[in-house]
Design a binder for this molecule. Structure first.
Ligand SMILES: N[C@@H](CCC[C@H](N)C(=O)O)C(=O)O
Length: 285
């Protein structure tokens, strides 16, 4: 694959950092000096996110210069689709930008969903999410001849929330994919979060992610969707602790106004640097 913008980069190793936000993993590239042609970025994301054949990740993040904030990003899902927002990716990008002196500890960056504010404190990152859309609660969907109660809300990207009893043994990929492709959510589709309240008051969330087309180990916007819907249904109050598929914890802090409008939504949790590397030229063939 030719990725060079200036002809001179093509065929040379391409530096990247692999990061993990509670098991949601990303390849992050400093793209302030553009390296990958815009029309090649989707295919590049598919190539490098492919597990076992390349670095492997849930998404690719390109960090670019911004005229209105500390930086902007391009966020690609593993299938090469562009996503408006990613909560765990935002926490990783913020820590990356801080470590690489691209932004101060309190920063703002541009996403397709709007400006995200983030604060980095050691390995912990808090991001202020964009204002969520209006939730649609109690929608009864027919899935494989059964009625399923589905709630939905946009927390930067679209999310469906389904409360389940047996979260550990359910088939997240089978049911998640059916809801993700349900005509009710066409044409954009939706991420799907299965939620169960644990004995300690925290909520276990397993997410089928659009654009990864699989269960991921965590989803930040999904955790926010689960927390907000739980609060709107009277099942939770801010702050809400979310236990991810990978077993880590995320905290969601928010205000809930009358009429179920959520504001000041913060997603908090760790963002780890896993390793730094260089994509070899042959990795891109
Ligand atoms: N993992 C993310 C969400 C990424 C975008 C999503 N796959 C979509 O296309 O809607 C998160 O942590 O929020």
């Amino acid at each position: 694959m030719e990725y060079g913008m200036d002809g001179g980069m093509a065929g040379r190793p391409l530096p990247f950092v692999k990061m993990s936000g509670t098991g949601n993993d990303f390849i992050i590239i400093d793209h302030r000096k553009p390296l990958i042609e815009p029309e090649a970025q989707s295919a590049f994301a598919r190539l490098v996110c492919r597990r076992k054949f390349s670095v492997g990740a849930d998404g690719l993040i390109l960090i670019e210069d911004s005229e209105v904030a500390d930086f902007r990003w391009q966020f690609y899902n593993a299938d090469g689709s562009l996503a408006e927002m990613c909560g765990n990716g935002a926490r990783c990008a913020a820590r990356y930008a801080y470590i690489h002196s691209i932004a101060p500890a309190r920063m703002r960056f541009e996403t397709l969903a709007g400006i995200i504010e983030a604060t980095v404190s050691d390995i912990n990152v808090s991001v202020k999410m964009t204002e969520p859309g209006r939730a649609i609660l109690h929608r009864s969907l027919e899935v494989e001849d059964e009625k399923i109660l589905v709630h939905s809300i946009d927390t930067g990207v679209p999310h469906a929330v389904v409360f389940v009893d047996d979260i550990e043994s359910m088939d997240v990929c089978w049911l998640g994919s059916l809801i993700r492709h349900h005509p009710e959510f066409a044409p954009a589709g939706t991420n799907v979060n299965f939620v169960h309240r644990e004995a300690d008051g925290a909520f276990k969330v397993r997410t089928y992610e659009r654009g990864v087309e699989d269960e991921t180990m965590a989803c930040g916007t999904g955790a926010a969707a689960a927390a907000l819907v739980s609060a709107m249904l009277g099942e939770a109050e801010s702050p809400v602790e979310i236990i991810t598929s990978g077993g880590d914890r995320l905290t969601i802090v928010f205000d809930l106004q009358s009429g179920n409008q959520a504001t000041n939504v913060f997603l908090k949790g760790p963002a780890h640097v896993i390793y730094k590397g260089e994509l070899s030229a042959e990795a891109l063939l």
